[in-house]
Design a protein around this ligand. Structure first.
Ligand SMILES: *Cc1c(COP(=O)(O)O)cnc(C)c1O
Length: 421
């Protein structure tokens, strides 16, 4: 103990007060960490077995060129994803450039002029508002092609199942549910809540497609929305399922019919999933997936430690350290633009890469307000790595997420606390 404190004091100037404060909070989380281990092991079994079921071999990591016909590795990645997420098929590609792209691709594949899309988890994530056409005048938004949109606000942080019937229209084609907090002030929706809503809809309106934005949710619980009645789900490989190793990419999982539509939209009708290089990334994608449960465990434990510490300091955190978790995000209402900037700067300074840079608020493409982002990761913009960001708007909430290792996050927390203690 004394040696650990000494090196933190020597290298980072951590005070005894900060050290003890964090140590105390950590001791109080022992039981939560134990529970988390079980979820993590459950997911490890699923992933290991999927790789064996699909007979992954070392030769699957080889490159192909040109059209990429017969890229066995690419096909295995997709079969493994489908196996893990319990769907008929999957599309997992490095050239799906982000989570937004994976979601946008899914929506444009399934919605046409005259269709109605309904979000039942309130206002969607910032970048999707431009995709849908809720804000801005983006060329080629869903609105521009004639897709109608409406949303059902959450009620006390949960899906307002009682009022779903009322808001569904004759032309409602797709219902979207966002699992994670995003840049909002609500908790992630748990698998139980998502399941209840999707079962209800599927029973009553079997033709409506249930779409899940699963960003940041993967492997935080034992089950995923597609283990139950969700039809299609999308996410980013530079968040949870890439385990910090995938260079880029996104995934979409669902039925054969749905995935063939999505693939035809990504490439071209008639080509679908059969073309597209994986650019030698199969190994990183799968190695990242393999370690993802452990990485997600550490990221959640890091978020738990941050939330417990900031609660003790009197800040409002979402979720609370005692809430059930279904994503890796922690929102802390700092109520002060300067504290938001300081928090992000301390995270940046604590990063293994780009620690010499100072983050500044900027107009990030796809976002309405200026956003400050701290991330010094090995993969640019990867938010399964230790990162913190927040839009410069009241109540100046910082969204903290990631941490490839818990120990790294803990050091960063102590550096952040220099501005608070
Ligand atoms: C991160 C995220 C997205 C997509 O973001 P990208 O930065 O485009 O990967 C979409 N929805 C939610 C809830 C997210 O957290």
């Amino acid at each position: 103990m004394e040696n650990l404190y000494k090196i933190l004091e020597d290298k980072y100037g951590i005070s005894k007060e900060i050290y003890n404060f964090v140590d105390e909070a950590e001791k109080g989380l022992k039981k939560d960490f134990e529970n988390r281990k079980i979820i993590s092991q459950y997911n490890q079994v699923k992933i290991l077995k999927a790789m064996q079921n699909q007979k992954l071999q070392s030769t699957d990591f080889n490159w192909t060129t040109g059209y990429g016909y017969g890229d066995i590795g690419r096909d295995k990645v997709e079969d493994i994803y489908a196996d893990i997420f319990n769907t008929e098929d999957a599309l997992v590609r490095p050239n799906i450039v982000s989570g937004t792209h994976a979601i946008s691709l899914s929506l444009f594949s399934l919605l046409n002029k005259g269709d109605h899309m309904l979000s039942i988890s309130g206002r969607p994530y910032d970048t999707l508002q431009k995709v849908i056409g809720i804000v801005g005048q983006e060329k080629g938004s869903l609105k521009e092609i004639g897709v109608e949109y409406s949303e059902l606000a959450l009620k006390n942080g949960s899906i307002d199942i009682q009022n779903i019937d009322e808001i569904i229209q004759d032309n409602t084609k797709l219902i979207a549910i966002q699992r994670s907090t995003g840049y909002s002030d609500r908790k992630a929706l748990t698998i139980d809540e998502i399941r209840e809503a999707s079962d209800y809809i599927k029973n009553k309106f079997p033709d409506i497609i249930i779409f899940i934005d699963n960003c940041y949710g993967e492997f935080t619980e034992m089950y995923e929305p597609t283990d139950f009645s969700a039809d299609i789900m999308a996410g980013s490989l530079i968040k949870n399922p890439g385990g910090g190793l995938a260079y880029s990419g996104g995934y979409v999982v669902g039925s054969k019919d749905i995935i063939s539509r999505v693939a035809n939209r990504l490439t071209a009708p008639g080509i679908g999933k059969d073309c597209g290089l994986s650019f030698g990334m199969t190994r990183q994608i799968l190695q990242g997936l393999f370690i993802a449960p452990k990485v997600v465990e550490d990221a959640i434990n890091s978020a738990l430690l941050f939330s417990r510490v900031f609660e003790k300091l009197g800040y409002k955190t979402i979720p609370k350290s005692t809430d059930k978790r279904s994503d890796i995000i922690l929102a802390i209402e700092l109520k002060d633009p300067e504290l938001l900037k300081s928090f992000c700067r301390a995270i940046q300074e604590s990063s293994p890469v780009d620690s010499i840079f100072t983050p500044e608020p900027w107009d990030m493409p796809g976002y309405e307000d200026k956003v400050i982002m701290a991330a010094g990761g090995f993969i640019e913009g990867s938010s399964i790595e230790l990162s913190a960001d927040g839009p410069l708007r009241d109540p100046y909430t910082v969204y903290y997420q990631g941490g490839l290792t818990y120990y790294h996050a803990k050091i960063a927390l102590m550096n952040v606390l220099k501005y608070f203690i």
